[in-house]
Ligand binder design. Structure first.
Ligand code: FEO
Length: 613
């Protein structure tokens, strides 16, 4: 009987899950099982992307027969020759003598090693950037060596923008009927297992993953289809962003992971006391007993946290075996970019601190703290003093340096922020029959391929609400010929109080999306369709796909700096005491400006005022 899921009109998932497996790769516990994904493309030609582990072979062949519906299988693309994706390859080729194997030269060598040599007429050897036409679809191949083996090749379907990623972007865990990541609460239920999968399976090869991520950045990707776990069709940036962090060995969280081993409980007491003291300093802490928790879970958490404390006992004149095993595993997985503290115990000859330092001294960007704690059997007062010094040292890393202390207003000179080359734009939107617009200085190109822009809009603006509701907007790029009157009309009054488009003397046209754009003193307009929003308190950041963009003039774009110097009227000399809005020129009279004051003309806050000269 078959059990398949449709991915796109032409693509179907024909894999399955294994919940009987205890140890994936004979090493990693998989209490929630694991999936082996295989995909069938049904075009003029039929193309299978990898086979599966023997554990689900029977279901896989039923799925394949059902989805082929009597058609021949023209190609099997072998992206990765590790047997969890290739164990059933030879059986497949026996069942389908018509099928050609599309694969890299390295994978072909491995096919011969795992099985036997294939006749030349059954092989299509491909390399980076080669393409395969299957009818409506064109497949392009992307070399991904060492993600996770050297032969790995990813495949990009240029027609439906599907990237088949082999092991990358996979996760431990059975699928439970879902196939798309957006069908589950991925962050709550699967992210930890995705991290454990990545860090333990591919974590050693961060630079190689970075290389592939750079290649992927040049592709327009609508679907990510890995060989384990879920297909991504929404929020691709979230999983790609995690892979970027993990492969750069950047911590996801500032906090302290404490991994300890303790034969009789005294080292654990020291570790617990360290945790309490760190918590009292307001730091996040996670603890593992390395004798009780499988190393793979701790390896994953070391990728996650910025600081690590190893607490362990002496054993056979060395490091306690379970801690030594963990440390070996960490070094094997390219342990780097961490700050490490050590708590050691030894009743007559403590050894771990010296030996841990020797093991980690060659790890890149690892700071081994001099501050350490040495117990002789159990915690004593002098040990607590050592512990306090270690905790203080770690906590010092999390203290905000004075020049970034946001509580200190004098540390932020607005003039410095204005040196960023902001442009100025009229943002327009339409809700029903009502057009509206406002001035923004926060538009920028986010990515070139695909073309995406961002805008940040104050929530007080009616235009903000319209964009949020309709998901569409235009920005008109203002030039250095812009008149101050236009800024007043569009920026210093609110659409909540008056008509800003219909009742103002501005020249407009409508773009393909039906929204207005300005045509006077504007050199271009860009239409955006919102794909993501981020709430930043006073403002919403909109990420949008560019749906139309046209040049409509030759004058230079105006910058915020130019506006300040040449367009905004200079205030008349005055003896009055007060503050002037640097955005619109409104003057507040008084000795002091209330910190919550908002400009009644343009709505900007006290931070945008400066004292009258
Ligand atoms: Fe899922 Fe590297 O095999």
């Amino acid at each position: 009987m078959h059990c398949t899921r449709k991915i796109t009109d032409d693509l179907v998932w024909i894999g399955g899950s294994d919940r009987k497996l205890s140890l994936f790769e004979a090493v990693y516990p998989v209490p929630s099982g694991v999936s082996y994904n295989s995909y069938l493309l049904k075009d003029d030609k039929t193309v299978l992307f990898d086979t599966v582990d023997n554990a689900i072979g029977a279901l896989f062949f039923d799925n394949l027969a059902y989805e082929l519906g009597g058609r021949a299988l023209d190609y099997v693309v072998v992206q990765h020759m590790e047997p969890d994706h290739s164990a059933t390859l030879w059986q497949l080729l026996a069942l389908h003598p018509e099928t050609k194997v599309v694969t890299s030269a390295k994978a072909l060598t491995m096919i011969t090693q795992f099985f036997s040599a294939l006749p030349a007429e059954r092989v299509v050897t491909i390399k980076e950037s080669d393409t395969l036409e299957t009818g409506r679809h064109t497949l392009s191949f992307v070399a991904a060596p060492m993600v996770h083996w050297p032969e790995v090749m990813m495949t990009y379907d240029t027609t439906d923008k599907v990237l088949f990623t082999a092991d990358a972007f996979g996760t431990f865990g059975a699928l439970d009927g879902a196939i798309f990541a957006d069908e589950v609460d991925f962050e709550r239920d699967y992210l930890d297992e995705a991290r454990r999968y990545y860090c333990n399976i591919v974590g050693k090869y961060g630079p190689q993953v970075q290389t592939v991520l750079k290649k992927a950045a040049g592709l327009d990707i609508a679907y990510i289809c890995p060989l384990h776990g879920f297909v991504w069709r929404t929020e691709l940036d979230s999983i790609i962003g995690k892979y970027d962090l993990w492969s750069r060995y950047e911590p996801e969280e500032n906090g302290v992971l404490i991994a300890y081993t303790s034969v009789y409980g005294d080292t654990q007491t020291a570790a617990e006391l360290a945790a309490v003291k760190l918590r009292e300093k307001g730091l996040k802490v996670k603890m593992f007993d390395a004798s009780m928790t499988h190393t793979s879970y701790i390896v994953a958490e070391t990728f996650r946290f910025s600081h690590i404390i190893f607490a362990t006992t002496t054993y056979n004149n060395g490091i306690f075996i379970k801690m030594e095993e963990l440390l070996h595993d960490l070094v094997a997985h390219n342990f780097c970019n961490k700050t490490v503290g050590i708590i050691e115990n030894g009743s007559w000859a403590p050894q771990p601190a010296k030996l841990i330092r020797e093991m980690l001294v060659g790890c890149k960007d690892v700071t081994l703290l001099d501050e350490q704690v040495t117990l002789k059997s159990s915690m004593k007062e002098q040990n607590e003093a050592e512990l306090d010094i270690l905790v203080d040292r770690i906590a010092a890393d999390f203290a905000k340096p004075a020049h970034t202390n946001s509580d200190n207003d004098s540390a932020v000179d607005n003039a410095a922020l204005f040196k960023i080359s902001y442009g100025l734009y009229v943002l327009t939107a339409k809700d029903g029959d009502r057009d509206n617009g406002c001035i923004i200085n926060t538009a920028q190109l986010l990515t070139d391929t695909p073309r995406r822009i961002t805008i940040a809009v104050n929530k007080k603006n009616l235009t903000h609400d319209m964009v949020l509701k309709t998901g569409r907007f235009n920005i008109s790029v203002l030039t250095d010929k812009s008149k101050f009157s236009m800024f007043k009309d569009m920026g210093f009054v609110s659409g909540h109080n008056e008509e800003k488009i219909a009742d103002k003397p501005i020249d407009i046209e409508r773009s393909s999306n039906g929204l207005v754009y300005l045509t006077e003193n504007v050199n271009a307009f860009i239409s955006g369709k919102v794909i993501e929003t981020y709430d930043y308190g006073t403002h919403t950041l909109f990420v949008a796909e560019v749906t139309e963009a046209r040049i409509i003039g030759d004058d230079d774009s105006v910058t915020y700096d130019y506006y300040q110097k040449h367009i905004k009227p200079k205030p008349a000399p005055t003896k009055k005491k007060g503050f002037i809005c640097t955005v619109c020129g409104y003057i507040y009279e008084g000795e002091t400006l209330p910190p919550d004051f908002e400009c009644p003309l343009c709505g900007h806050g006290a931070a945008d005022f400066e004292p009258l000269a």
